[in-house]
Write a protein that binds this ligand. Structure first.
Ligand code: PAF
Length: 292
């Protein structure tokens, strides 16, 4: 069993046009490969909700602000294709870089506001790169729906805003973060952790869930976040880029929990940057852990 792979927009469109003639509903799952259970969960949800599922695999150079990070990003197309085939995904679109960004490519999609804080403040240009490539993938595939993980919560907001602003007729479906048994959010970057870092890594999620529960129970936001920052540092994380409470709906900063919130963090463990986020319901007692 194998999954067909296409590398050009022309081949992709030919396939999608044939599906459309049959009246089939098409989903796209954008990825950069190194697929893990989180990605495979998106594919399973896509298969439940659409007749045909395209998985895209493109390590997008425009969203890496650090060349070393781009060079170190895992490239495992063969293994990725082998994981997708048994699920029943219909097409792997793994374009050449020259197909995505041909000579003379000069357009950037930039989403103001929601791209600017949190990861955007620490990774200049990152969300421009994401918005540009995702807009292209939406237009190239012409999919009816696209699936994204909540692990990249800010990315989800950027993509929604971009699709709405550009009138791209696609439904964006958000899927809960998938976690390892010890709570660590699944990420292609986890593979870079040393054995000892891997033991420390899940403490980030544990601290996040505890802080979220305390804030949901009425603890003061600033003091709780300060304590959580100390706990993250004590656990062994070298540098915290941000730990912030934001509104779930529009990512506006929250000083008090006057509407549903999201607690978001980015921190470095050795040479690896990890991000995570959890919900903070504004009514006490209704918090659910989104662990797998
Ligand atoms: O989340 C990712 O893997 C990437 O940012 C995406 C959405 C595939 C765009 O390159």
């Amino acid at each position: 069993m194998s999954i067909p792979i296409v590398r050009t927009v022309a081949e992709l469109r030919q396939t999608v046009v044939a599906w459309r003639r049959e009246g089939l509903r098409v989903a796209v799952v954008p990825t950069m490969g190194a697929l893990h259970e989180g990605h495979l969960g998106l594919v399973r949800t896509a298969l439940d909700r659409a007749d045909r599922v395209i998985v895209t695999l493109f390590v997008n150079p425009k969203q890496f602000n650090n060349p070393a990070d781009l060079a170190a990003y895992p490239r495992t197309e063969h293994e990725d294709a082998a994981k997708l085939a048994p699920l029943g995904a219909h097409l792997l679109y793994a374009p050449f870089a020259s197909e995505m960004y041909p000579d003379g490519f000069a357009t950037t999609v930039s989403v103001a506001g929601v791209s600017e804080a949190l990861c955007g403040a620490f990774r200049p240009g990152h969300f421009d790169g994401v918005a540009t490539v995702v807009a292209k993938l939406f237009l190239q595939t012409g999919a009816d729906l696209a699936l994204f993980g909540e692990k990249d919560f800010q990315q989800l907001h950027v993509v929604r805003r971009m699709a709405r602003d550009l009138d791209i007729p696609i439904e964006i479906v958000a899927c809960p973060t998938v976690r390892e048994e010890d709570g660590l959010a699944m990420s292609s970057r986890n593979a870079r952790l040393s054995r000892s870092e891997r033991q420390v890594a899940p403490k980030l999620a544990a601290i996040l869930f505890e802080a979220a529960a305390r804030i949901a129970d009425g603890a003061p936001v600033d003091a709780t976040l300060d304590e959580a920052r100390s706990a993250i540092a004590t656990a062994g994380y070298a540098r915290i880029e941000y730990l912030e409470l934001r509104a779930k709906e529009d990512l506006a900063p929250l000083q008090t929990l006057d509407r549903p919130g999201r607690l978001l963090v980015a921190a470095w463990l050795g040479e690896t940057r990890l991000i995570d986020n959890v919900e903070v319901p504004s009514q006490p007692g209704i918090m659910t852990r989104t662990a797998a």
